[in-house]
Design a protein around this ligand. Sequence first.
Ligand code: PSV
Ligand code: MN
Ligand code: MN
Length: 426
Amino acid sequence: MQLNIDQVLTENKKFKTNHSDNFDFLSKQLENKGKNVNNILKKIADFQVAIPSWALGAGGTRFGRFGFFGEPASLEQKIEDVGILHALTKTAGAVSLHIPWDIPQDYNAIKELAKANGLVFDAVNSNTFQDQKNAKESYRFGSLSNLNSSVRDQAIQHNIDVIKIGNKLGSKSLTVWLADGANFAGQRNFQSSLIHTEDSLKSIYSELPEDWKMFIEYKPYEPNFYSTVIQDWGTSFMLANACGEKAYTLVDLGHHLPNTNIEQIVSTLMLKGKLGGFHFNDSKYGDDDSTVGSVKPYALFLIFNELVYGMANNSQNPDLAWMIDASHNIKDPLEDLLQSLEAIQEAYAKALLIDQEELKAAQERNDVTLCQEILQDAYRTDVRPLLAQARVLSGGAIDPLNSYRSLKVRESLIKQRGVNSIASGL
Ligand code: PSV
Ligand code: MN
Ligand code: MN
């Protein structure tokens, strides 16, 4: 199923007057404050976030999985789903595949389909956290960090195969997330785990094409509940440095212990030119699957403040790879992704409103109150008319979620795919 522009434009008629009133009011306010609204709109429109193939079906927990209806059962259907998100929002112009879940049968056909939906292929993700059918070795006790060199070799080869698959699709990066670690104290020697991981990552890195990047994700716990080999940004940063200049740290918002100052991590990594990618989600305790911005929107805004500062001031850091990384158990996944995309754009737009010069001057005068006011003034601005206007200018929907429902997208997907189709994923 593909949404066409006429359906979106017809939908927009319903919201047009209200939207114009809201946008005119806000742009006047912003221009009175000296903001260049057109520049902001362009930045919002240019901000594209990749959708991971595994977010399109209902996720699950170790206690169970409640399937959602009309889930995409093939790579083709996953691409169509991302196409629907992009047609509505114009901000989801990329898809991120997970191998071996998403191995294309016909590369040309898949590339054509992506192109027809306005999508490119973002980072490819390897999977050494599950044993694959007919695999010779098991990852039960780790993959790249395993004590047994045959297991490590299998995991290294898998990552190299993933690079080759991504290369045929036009991807330019590999994301490595390792589940490796220990469930019990004393189970593994920390140092040998780290040494093996570093050596394995270097072997993968040596096979990276010249114009590719490798992103190294970190996570403090889960599925291992005592220790994870790449547990924090420091470990990831160290490994990225050991591999070389094409290796970077990837920050996944849900991969931090409660109350971690993520904005400071972002800032440090950008200063060192080593922040490569970003996975958006939200979390209340230690989860990594809540809708972006649904629990700690102010924290997300503070993170975006550092990202915006870094993008303007840290030319040593490359362009970032943005992706949503969340998979839900009970919501319509496409509705959840629409909400997440809106929350990301909202935090970004608010951060763009911060007057960085004024903030710097207030910091230099140690005017603590004013520093806080500058941030909060930007945060308290309702920027949603800006997001809607950026979408209108790009041919998207004024109100994506509303139109998704009134165009009965899920109902059509169920009709086509059936109630019980199941997507592969986390
Ligand atoms: C597991 O925590 C995880 O959510 C990581 O964040 C990866 O990016 C993702 O799965 C896909 O492997
Ligand atoms: Mn992630
Ligand atoms: Mn995660």
